[in-house]
Design a binder for this molecule. Structure first.
Ligand SMILES: [Zn+2]
Ligand SMILES: [Zn+2]
Length: 371
């Protein structure tokens, strides 16, 4: 079928054109190449990392199409795409999710099986808006899934409203907790009751662990309870040595089998070493900054003497997104995941959504780019 200029269909996207400057721009929808998928974005969550990018403090992403947490609907399947990456048949109109980064399968980390550390992860992630195929971020009417980029069909029973966070926070904590081999009956202490901490609470319970959540905000601890936390500890009442004592009390004097740091506070890491038992595992996810100002004093002897296993985790191996969907299917009737998001914005309101998120007027904003 021939195509004339008059038939060019355009989509819209939120372009970051300078520090904290968003512009809604229009581009023709790309021709879909072999192995690729063009999707229509249903919902995209505003993740904390988006705020860094917005301020131009991300080391690699500057002029960019914003957005990475998403659920989308298949619009056009490229030649040869008949199934998702789990072998499930797909067709136009199906809802899908995709990890927001690429795994080239050829670089050093990929060839060692560490797909989450792919050296080419950023190749198609939030690119400059004028760079073809334009739709490389999810604060947009459309999102282009590249050839070789994993994607999965979303089971029909899952509501779109709870799926958009699966390709970021949920998959990451699931990956981290499985790397730490958390098993049934073990004590898991989660430091931080933000989105990651709440997902981790539900994952920990699903794995049969005894879950304790630590945070300084009482209302978050209440939500953590509703996500299944067995114990919550308010940092306002217990900090430093008092917190260590409290965790020892909860864990029968041994300390936590696994500590998950998702607070994004450097001191939470050093405190975590005090909370974990000897030969226990400490997962570091929340602390991502490497500037001097994030350094904290630590006698490495603590790690040696307690024989602590430190597990650092960035992103996740892409098939964990499939595990996340299965996890949601298993648990969404018992856990109210809707609580993770609290405000909805249109594509034209992306700037407002970013401002309100930064001022903490909104905890987790959702962008619904298509009316
Ligand atoms: Zn995210
Ligand atoms: Zn790679």
């Amino acid at each position: 079928m021939g195509k004339t200029g008059a038939e060019v269909v355009k989509g819209r996207l939120a372009a970051l054109v300078g520090p904290t400057q968003i512009q809604i721009q229009e581009y023709p929808l790309p021709d879909v190449e072999k192995g690729a998928v063009l999707t229509k974005v249903l919902r995209s969550n505003l993740c904390g990392s988006e705020l860094h990018i917005w301020h131009w403090t991300h080391p690699l992403i500057k002029n960019a199409v914003l957005g990475h947490e998403m659920i989308a609907q298949i619009e056009v399947l490229g030649e040869g795409v008949e199934n998702d990456y789990a072998g499930t048949p797909v067709k136009k109109g199906d809802r899908v999710v995709a990890p927001y980064y690429l795994t080239c399968q050829k670089c050093g980390p990929c060839s060692r099986g560490d797909f989450h550390m792919c050296l080419n992860a950023y190749r198609w992630w939030s690119q400059p808006p004028d760079k073809y195929p334009h739709f490389t971020g999810t604060f947009a009417t459309h999102y282009y899934i590249q050839p070789g980029q994993y994607f999965y069909r979303v089971p029909d029973e899952l509501p779109s409203s709870i799926v958009a966070g699966a390709n970021c926070g949920l998959s990451q904590v699931l990956f981290g907790l499985e790397k730490a081999a958390l098993t049934s009956g073990e004590h898991l202490v989660i430091m931080g009751a933000g989105g990651l901490g709440l997902y981790a609470t539900a994952v920990g319970k699903d794995k049969g662990a005894i879950v304790t959540v630590v945070d300084a905000i009482a209302s978050r601890l209440t939500v953590a309870k509703s996500f299944g936390a067995d114990h919550t500890v308010d940092l306002q009442a217990f900090s430093g040595e008092a917190l260590t004592k409290k965790i020892l009390e909860i864990t029968g004097g041994a300390g936590a089998d696994v500590v998950l740091e998702v607070a994004g506070v450097s001191a939470a890491f050093t405190q975590g070493i005090q909370l974990v038992r000897t030969c226990g595992r400490l997962i570091s996810i929340g602390n991502v900054s490497i500037d001097k100002k994030f350094e904290v004093p630590l006698a490495p002897g603590w790690i040696t003497r307690k024989s602590v296993n430190i597990i650092g985790v960035v992103r996740y191996n892409p098939w964990y997104l499939l595990k996340s969907l299965k996890f949601l299917q298993r648990t969404f009737r018992n856990v109210d995941y809707e609580q993770l998001t609290d405000a909805t914005f249109s594509l034209d309101q992306v700037q407002e959504a970013l401002e309100k998120s930064e001022k903490r007027i909104v905890t987790r904003a959702v962008i619904v780019p298509n009316p």
